[in-house]
Design a protein around this ligand. Structure first.
Ligand code: NDP
Length: 317
């Protein structure tokens, strides 16, 4: 596309919602530009088996599902670019995006920048990322082969990671700060039934040991009921404690909730000071803290793209 050409639509993010929006927009001949962002493919690209996406009775691997969506979007003319947004100006129209050294103008914008893994934010944890601390079981599970490891969290992510990691690790300890687990019954039952998984609840990680050696040697834990502090000797720690929305670029530009998710009306219309901004749409986990499923992300991606079409049509495009 020549310089200074104004795009019909730009999609921020290449996860399930962004790619679904891209398929719909491309099929409407809008030639969408998809900025793939910091984590191309989003959360599905770092997950394992997706068992609940309709149409795959035996399940499908997350990365394969994403790859299929990319092929489907590009087949209809979507352009995928390995880049992320630096800044944005929604006060002028067409909107202006700064992406690296490039300025991009677009008549409509779909924000599908999703959410990223949450960390404990302990200095020792941060120092050991890549040296035995990881938030991606799929990426780093292999390195835990034959080792005793810990998975932090008590939701479905933690259960899924722990079950996946039993393929490699000799023993997996799930550490949950609360007494109760947030995971769905089916996932919790599966993890509990696994002979290599054991559970510690009401327990927090105070320190990851091994900073000097640049290699995880264990975790200093505190039992929140007895206040006992002790060391669990593990060689790997995987985080499975949820996600943080990637909406920093929109602070002060769009209305966000207390946790930083974009507030929307009718699912896909973001607001600023309570007013909808014509031509701007949001979809997927960036605006959904309630369902956060691949299928709901895809659904809202479709809705956003249909709204883009409607908006452009109403504005004579
Ligand atoms: P959840 O919000 O469900 O769970 C987060 C877990 O991390 C909780 O146990 C929480 O503890 C814990 N936690 C959060 N912050 C900290 C912290 N700072 N220190 C220690 N522990 C912490 O997130 P998930 O990612 O597990 O799931 C998100 C959504 O995605 C859910 O709807 C889930 O069902 C879905 N999902 C579905 C899957 C599937 O069907 N295959 C797989 C993965 C996710 P506490 O309870 O104390 O707050």
């Amino acid at each position: 596309m020549p310089e200074n050409t104004t795009r019909e639509t730009v999609i921020l993010g290449s996860g399930c919602s962004g790619l679904t929006a891209a398929i719909y927009a491309a099929r409407s001949n809008l030639k969408p530009l998809v900025l793939e962002g910091h984590e191309p493919g989003g959360q599905l690209s770092i997950t394992t088996l997706v068992e609940n996406f309709p149409g795959w009775p035996e399940g499908i691997q997350g990365p394969e599902l994403i790859e299929n969506m990319k092929k489907q979007a590009t087949r209809f003319g979507a352009e995928l670019k390995m880049a992320h947004l630096n800044s944005i100006d929604l006060t002028q129209h067409p909107f202006m995006l700064t992406v690296g050294s490039e300025i991009i103008h677009t008549r409509t914008l779909i924000i599908a920048s999703g959410a990223s893994a949450r960390w404990l934010n302990l200095p020792s944890e941060q120092a050991l990322i890549g040296y035995g601390v990881s938030s991606c079981a799929t990426c780093d599970g292999f390195f835990a082969s034959g080792k005793e490891i810990a998975v932090i969290g008590g939701g479905d992510s933690a259960m899924e990671e722990a079950l996946f990691l039993t393929r490699f690790a000799s023993k997996v300890t799930i550490i949950n700060r609360s007494e109760k687990f947030r995971a769905s019954k089916i996932m919790l039952d599966r993890a509990m039934a696994h002979p290599s998984i054991r559970f510690l609840s009401s327990t927090t990680v105070e320190e990851v040991l091994g900073v000097e050696e640049k290699d995880v040697k264990g975790l200093r834990l505190r039992n929140l009921v007895s206040d006992e502090v002790y060391v669990l000797p593990v060689s790997f720690m995987f985080l499975g404690i949820g996600h943080i929305p990637n909406a920093m670029a929109f602070k002060g530009i769009l209305d966000l909730d207390d946790d930083g998710y974009i507030l929307t009306r009718n699912n896909v219309f973001p607001t600023h000071n309570g007013q909808i901004i014509p031509g701007v749409f949001a979809c997927g986990d960036i605006q959904d803290r309630r369902y956060r499923q691949a299928i709901t992300a895809a659904g809202s991606g479709c809705m956003a793209a249909l709204e883009v079409e409607k908006y452009l049509e109403e504005h004579g495009r």
